[in-house]
Design a protein around this ligand. Structure first.
Ligand code: GDP
Ligand code: CA
Length: 333
């Protein structure tokens, strides 16, 4: 059985995983529309927060809803056919974050999750229970960690430094307050969630989704032991550039790159991840056709590189990207 591990954030992660699942069905069909390949997603939990008494896990939910086919494709997040009656009531009470809307259907997920967490389940077990309801086509969702490690952003506000939750910086301030640093609060004592290290160790390919390199992939790799497990695995590691034509797609991830001094280019992100065996991660890197001029720099670092259109419009375009990533990882039928 072919085992594919994907490190992922929310929207970029979800779209890419849909492509990996589609390509796995084509490349490793099980004869009844599914795949014999095992796909495990190791998902960022740095955006998680306690809100209105509920534990919210945005990236895990984006992936779950997208793979289940119940996401709002147009809006880019949350459930299709969502309403916001409960959020309106909470706002009247002054509960929660007025700039962060929780849809009614989405709240059902948060209540179920929180109820299991209060029963003593770990996050990974709660995720397993949530995903039992949906047909994710065999993709297994693993939170990077069960421990509460939340990303905070150190910003300069007037002439004082302060820290705010990543969600507040991203959603309320639209990443417009210049970030000085990202802090993973509580990371020292955190451990990879059950199943994470095993999935990495037994993988045939480890793929980095075209997710935010700093606050999605970087946060996953920041969990103690995780980066080491990835670089020490026998599987090739191939990343997909989240930068197309020198710009981020759908979002403000360039603000995160700027904060850590990385230029918004496909080559700079590859260099940031680095060559495996030389302090970095990558064996291979996919860039968009429009960034073909960056290939020489990537190849000069001895990272295998190929180019193709990287905009994930639908399952087919995402599957083509997954196919190129698996090819570069040497995982064939
Ligand atoms: P978030 O958690 O919802 O912010 O999502 P991720 O961290 O998974 O992904 C955000 C990143 O995905 C951004 O840096 C975007 O540039 C990238 N991205 C979004 N859509 C696409 C796409 O269609 N193609 C590629 N290559 N990158 C994308
Ligand atoms: Ca996210």
């Amino acid at each position: 059985m072919t085992r594919i591990v994907v490190l992922a954030g929310g929207v970029g992660g979800a779209r890419f995983l849909r492509g990996v699942r589609e390509e796995a069905r084509r490349r490793f069909p099980d004869g009844s529309g599914g795949t014999t390949a095992a796909i495990a997603a190791i998902v960022n939990t740095g955006d998680d927060a306690w809100l209105a008494g509920l534990r919210i896990t945005p990236d895990l939910d984006s992936i779950m809803y997208t793979l289940a086919g119940v996401n709002d494709e147009q809006r880019g997040w949350g459930r299709l056919g969502e309403s916001e009656r409960v959020s309106a009531e909470l706002r009247e009470y002054g509960v929660g974050w007025p700039w962060f809307t929780l849809g009614d259907l989405d709240l059902g997920t948060h209540i179920a999750r929180t109820s299991w967490l209060r029963d003593g389940l770990r996050l990974s077990a709660a995720v397993e229970r949530l995903t039992r309801r949906w047909d994710l086509g065999g993709v297994r969702l693993l939170p990077a960690t069960d421990d509460e490690v939340e990303t905070h952003v150190r910003v300069r506000d007037g002439d004082v430094d302060r820290e705010l939750h990543f969600q507040e910086w991203w959603t309320r301030y639209r990443a417009a307050l210049p970030a000085r640093a990202f802090v993973q609060r509580g990371v020292e004592a955190a451990q990879p969630a059950p199943g994470v290290l095993d999935a990495i160790a037994s993988a045939d390919a480890i793929l980095l989704a075209p997710s935010n390199p700093v606050v999605s992939i970087g946060t996953v790799l920041g969990i103690p032991g995780l980066r080491q497990a990835v670089t020490g695995a026998s599987a090739p590691i191939v990343g997909v550039s989240p930068i197309i034509g020198g710009a981020v797609v759908r979002g403000m991830a360039d603000a995160c790159l700027a904060a850590i001094g990385v230029e918004t280019s496909a080559a700079a992100v590859a260099e940031h991840y680095g060559r495996r065996g030389r302090g970095g991660l990558l064996d291979g890197w996919l860039v968009d056709d429009r960034d073909a001029e960056s290939m020489a720099a990537v190849a000069a670092s001895e990272i295998a590189v190929s180019s193709l259109p990287l905009l994930m419009r639908d399952a087919d375009t995402s599957a083509a990207i997954a196919a190129a990533a698996l090819d570069l990882a040497g995982v064939h039928r």
